[in-house]
Design a protein around this ligand. Sequence first.
Ligand code: CAA
Length: 259
Amino acid sequence: MSYEFILVDAQVAPFVAKIQLNRPKELNALNLQLMGEIRDALLALDADDAVRAIVITGNERAFAAGADIKQMAGRTAIDMLKIDQFSTWDSIRKTKKPIIAAVSGFALGGGCELCMLCDMIVASETAQFGQPEINIGVMPGAGGTQRLTRAVGKVRAMEMVLTGKFISAEEAKAAGLVNKIVPVELYLDEAIKLASEIAGKSPIAVQMAKESVLKAFDTHLQEGLFFERKNFYMLFATEDQKEGMAAFVEKRKPDFKGQ
Ligand code: CAA
């Protein structure tokens, strides 16, 4: 298959493939065609038995600076609904083989969301992550509010999404967004090394393990809250609840019986 905006190497190392975003002048801004090409390449690599792990990368200056603002600027809500660009992202999420993002420079907006769609992130020291959509009058649309929040927690995600501020590779690592930081000349090699390590395992076990970890993201907060609430109410059926609350009111130590 030939592509205009990505470069694909199906064997960058034994059993490891590489997809490189290749719109350097536009900082790899993610236009519809580029995203479609990533989807098509991933489908092909997923079906190729000689591939067991995939690395997605950009270049030193940018992994990707977000969705293509110039392509979106004039669109109406109805255009956006009809184009339904995020169905491409849903297909990418269905890739069975593990995907490692090798990130240097800007990973912003859709660029940050694309690396969060991957399974792991190896970053160069120069990597910067951000969801700056708020600065252009919108908000993240490709999973940023959900995946970033799950990755870095509510208060950090709120700060990034509401102020548009970028975080450094160090901050991203401390927040749990990134697996590893290495000097800029090593980030791609390091990602390929990690992919090679995984490619040495049982490919079926790896795929099932990936699927299972992703399942953890499929439980909705609301469902979790209902579950929590039910358990909280159930505890009012215990003697320990009566004892614990009574002890508090009477300013004494509780004597719990486990009943
Ligand atoms: N879309 C389209 N073009 C982009 C782009 C984007 N997201 N990001 C950068 N470019 C283009 C610039 O327009 C510029 O093109 P020209 O040379 O033709 O003017 C070229 O890439 C280089 O960019 P800059 O000159 O701006 O480079 P810089 O080093 O001064 O700044 C930057 C770098 C801070 C990343 C800045 O380019 C920037 O702020 N980009 C936009 C980031 C952004 O807002 N991303 C979110 C997009 S919306 C989104 O992603 C929605 C979603 O959830 C899916």
